[in-house]
Design a protein around this ligand. Structure first.
Ligand SMILES: *Cc1c(COP(=O)(O)O)cnc(C)c1O
Length: 470
């Protein structure tokens, strides 16, 4: 046989360093332009598609493609890395999370089995145990997920298997009664996706109405559980929200834990955004009761400023995980005593090293830096509320956390008006915020989302809102 040709994929070692240099320079320049440009540049789809179609995927166009993709992203993205992105929990990302992604992509450990990636699995478990201890669930089983949706799905799956062990083997058809679970009308509606995906069907999601404070209404919950039992359905879980997506409101966790215990239901706490507060000694008390949960969701890609795809799932009883997710395959390396084989305890098979982002960040800056940022963001939220009230806006949500929902008396029932104010602000490029409905009533919504946001940025937002109204 003739000798093999050199690899067409390999890049010469001395070239690699040049590529990194080029990349870092391009990213840095783009970041400078982004923070001084519009938060949400206007986009024409036809133009964008034409630009992208110019790139010859058959022949490739060499390293300049790096600059091309950065430029495309710069031109046609809502910039979550901008200090005046007052948005939907999508953060500017912390440098250490970015560095972690480079390391993980470069060494590419496979976390499906412990024996393939002992260092990676143990670092992840160390970060997860750190959180679990702060949560008050020191002996739980935990793993990283793609996000809150996956973690909430795991919560339902674990609750199903805990309540009906036969479901793991026989599926839902083994049940004589229709299983149902309870979340508030203000919860994250990924619950509906989850219910269809798991074969429960959307009707299994019982949307409990909320009280004046936008928390799950306890009387209504008790009434729904009673009615479901009377009508032959089988309640199995309460999904509490700790930090609703629209308004940052925390359901009454201790009371829900009491009800779950009395009714023999599992309690899942979706703390996708607000769960970060466990890192702050000053604010972790807002999550009191979370330590009684059977399972918990926290997204590090929200308030903890990590790149997308850094969810966490915690299950009070680690033994439930292999019951829900277990499988054995002859082609996988055999288990090693004491080693955690994720493919048998989580829904995924091949598993990326997502957790390095959080582990490395904590390893570099420690919990204290996160605590300071969380306390700073809460203070920034207070400042935003003060500025809004001073300009005559009416606040609509009660939460200590930095999500601020507000309206203008005279327009408080007008959905279109709220959307128009948002549209006008976003069009100026000054800031990005959103509108939402709170229990059906329209609101403007601004969340302190970026660690880059300064007091001046908040003033600019309030000023832009003022001009958008005129
Ligand atoms: C964002 C969010 C989710 C969904 O999480 P993803 O990471 O987007 O999948 C679920 N629940 C709440 C309360 C959220 O804020």
């Amino acid at each position: 046989m003739a000798p093999l040709a050199p690899s067409s994929l390999d890049v010469a070692r001395h070239e690699v360093a040049k590529v990194w240099q080029r990349l870092l320079a391009a990213l840095d320049a783009a970041d400078h332009r982004i923070v001084s440009g519009p938060v949400a540049p206007p986009v024409t789809r036809a133009l964008l598609k034409r630009e992208i179609e110019k790139i010859n995927l058959d022949l490739g166009c060499g390293e300049p493609a790096i600059d091309t993709v950065i430029n495309l992203l710069e031109q046609a993205t809502v910039h979550t890395s901008h200090p005046r992105y007052f948005g939907l929990f999508n953060p500017a990302t912390i440098l250490w999370g970015q560095v972690a992604d480079l390391i993980a992509a470069s060494l590419n450990p496979q976390l499906a089995v412990w024996s393939h990636a002992p260092a990676a699995v143990e670092m992840e478990q160390s970060a997860l145990r750190f959180f679990a201890t702060r949560l008050g669930l020191p002996n739980c089983g935990a793993f990283f997920t793609s996000g809150g949706e996956e973690a909430n799905r795991c919560g339902v799956q674990v609750a199903l298997v805990r309540t009906y062990p036969e479901v793991a083997e026989l599926g839902l058809r083994a049940l004589r009664r229709e299983p149902v679970f309870y979340v508030s009308g203000e919860s994250h509606l990924a619950w509906l996706k989850i219910a269809t995906g798991l074969g429960l069907g959307r009707r299994a999601v019982r949307l409990v109405s909320v009280n004046d404070a936008l928390q799950m209404d306890l009387g209504q919950l008790a009434e729904l559980i009673r009615r479901d039992r009377r009508e032959g359905r089988s309640p199995f879980m309460i999904g509490a929200t700790a930090g609703t997506t629209a308004a940052g409101v925390i359901d009454p966790l201790p009371a829900l834990a009491d009800i779950a215990a009395q009714e023999s239901l599992s309690l899942h706490v979706d703390a996708a955004w607000a769960g970060a507060a466990v890192l702050s000694d000053r604010w972790r008390g807002t999550l009191a009761g979370i330590e009684r949960a059977d399972s918990v969701t926290i997204d590090a890609h929200k308030w903890l400023s990590q790149p997308m795809g850094t969810g966490m799932f915690f299950a009070r009883r680690a033994e439930i995980l292999p019951e829900a997710f277990g499988v054995n395959a002859s082609y996988m390396p055999p288990a090693i005593e004491g080693g955690l084989d994720y493919y048998q305890t989580t829904p995924q098979w091949s598993r990326p090293f997502r957790g390095l982002r959080l582990f490395l960040t904590l390893a570099v800056i420690g919990r204290g830096a996160y605590e300071q940022q969380i306390n700073r963001d809460v203070a920034a939220g207070v400042f935003l509320r003060e500025r809004l009230v001073a300009r005559g806006w009416s606040l609509l949500n009660q939460t200590p956390l930095p999500v601020v929902c507000f309206t203008r008396i005279g327009h408080e029932a007008d959905v279109t008006w709220h959307q128009q104010v948002v549209e006008r602000v976003v069009k100026t490029g000054t800031a990005w915020l959103s509108s939402t409905l709170l229990d059906g009533r329209p609101a403007l919504r601004a969340c302190i989302t970026s660690f880059r946001t300064s007091q001046l940025d908040i003033e600019s937002l309030v000023e832009a809102l003022h001009r958008a109204e005129a």
